[in-house]
Design a protein around this ligand. Structure first.
Ligand SMILES: NC(=O)c1ccc[n+]([C@@H]2O[C@H](COP(=O)([O-])OP(=O)(O)OC[C@H]3O[C@@H](n4cnc5c(N)ncnc54)[C@H](OP(=O)(O)O)[C@@H]3O)[C@@H](O)[C@H]2O)c1
Length: 330
């Protein structure tokens, strides 16, 4: 009984002397909770402002805002083609760059016939490195380039551990994912700065949010593009240039055909056409966006989740993508 009494007395003494600390801790807790709540509310507000409100108001005049021509790299398939079509539907003339002359001519004619705009093509294989840029510079000379879309990109055949990725694939990732965007901006930006207007859209990837195992080189190349775009925005916004880092998660293209199960969920994995329609409506509004509402929700989760959870999820998903790809090959 004496022991219980003395414990109670001790507890009362400690509680009394800690009272002010408890109150301070409660204040810190309340401040932290309020801050987090405000951040989440702001994130949801910007999601609505970015992905829903622009679709209710009339479409921006992109020609007046940026210029008459748009250049799209990797424009014959997937997101690049859909983006080119979406810009053409808004009246811009399009310069398409890809490797295959016949495919380029076919897509260019298709766009010109459908949207009644001018189209031109440049055949270039970005994996060839430095030699291809002089001809591109020459072809773009004297053109009022309003929008540059750095879309071209290569992916692994399927998610792999780093040492299993071929040396050729690693060079492709460096030349196509990293060098192409950097050099294309270097070619096009001076003209935009002279005209004091223009937009540069660079397509990164959701895999740049956090280190992504089994896609090490790819996700690192996309992190480069994200940082590159954000830094450019700081350098050139004051000169009238809008630089956007576009960070899609999964889109149903050839690149993701290894994961056919992903394509069964269109609101999570939109078609390139749906994706491009949404993404173009964010042009001029957001400097860094996923371009699609459900991808923005994924991005929010990705930002707030701890790295170990991201890595665990990436490992599970990438393992099943590899398994599916290998079973299709067998
Ligand atoms: N799909 C997704 O889920 C996803 C998600 C996040 C980010 N992304 C990024 O979005 C971009 C487009 O992806 P996508 O899925 O639309 O790709 P895709 O369907 O595979 O299309 C790639 C395009 O790039 C061209 N291309 C490929 N290699 C080239 C090279 N070496 N030189 C010139 N052109 C080349 C291809 O045309 P030719 O074969 O005719 O040359 C094609 O037009 C990429 O940067 C990718 O990393 C995609």
């Amino acid at each position: 009984m004496a022991a219980v009494d003395s414990f109670y007395l001790l507890y009362r003494e400690i509680a009394r002397s800690c009272n002010c600390y408890m109150e301070a801790l409660a204040l810190v807790g309340a401040w932290y909770t309020a801050r987090k709540s405000i951040t989440v509310i702001c994130d949801f507000y910007s999601l609505i402002r970015l992905h829903f409100i622009p679709r209710l108001v009339s479409r921006a005049d992109l020609i007046k805002q940026y210029g008459r021509w748009a250049v799209v790299s990797g424009a014959t398939d997937g997101i690049g083609r859909a983006y080119a079509e979406e810009l053409a539907s808004r009246g811009l003339s399009i310069i398409l760059i890809s490797r295959n002359q016949d495919k380029l001519q076919m897509v260019a004619k298709d766009i010109a016939d459908t949207y009644k705009v001018e189209t031109e093509v440049i055949v270039a294989d970005f994996s060839n490195g430095r030699e291809i840029y002089d001809p591109i510079r020459e072809a773009l000379k004297d053109k009022d380039i309003g929008i540059l879309v750095n879309n071209v990109g290569v992916f692994y055949p399927y998610p792999q551990y780093f040492t299993q990725v071929s040396e050729d694939k690693l060079w492709d990732i460096i030349n196509v994912n990293i060098a192409a965007a950097s050099l294309m901006v270097h070619i096009v930006l001076p003209g935009m700065v002279e005209r004091k207007k223009g937009a540069v859209v660079t397509i990164s990837s959701g895999s740049c949010c956090k280190p992504t195992p089994q896609l090490a080189a790819y996700s690192a190349s996309k992190a480069y593009l994200d940082h590159f775009s954000r830094a450019l925005q700081y350098e050139y916004a004051s000169k009238g240039i809008f630089v956007q880092s576009l960070i899609p998660f999964y889109v149903a293209t050839n690149m993701t055909s290894a994961g056919s199960f992903l394509h069964k969920c269109p609101w999570l994995v939109p078609s390139p056409k749906v994706y491009a329609h949404h993404a173009v409506s964010t042009l001029g509004i957001s400097k860094r966006t996923t371009g699609y509402w459900s991808h923005s929700i994924q991005f929010l989760f990705a930002q707030y989740m701890p790295e170990w959870l991201w890595v665990w999820g990436a490992n599970v998903l990438n393992r099943s993508l590899r398994k599916e790809a290998l079973s299709c090959k067998a």
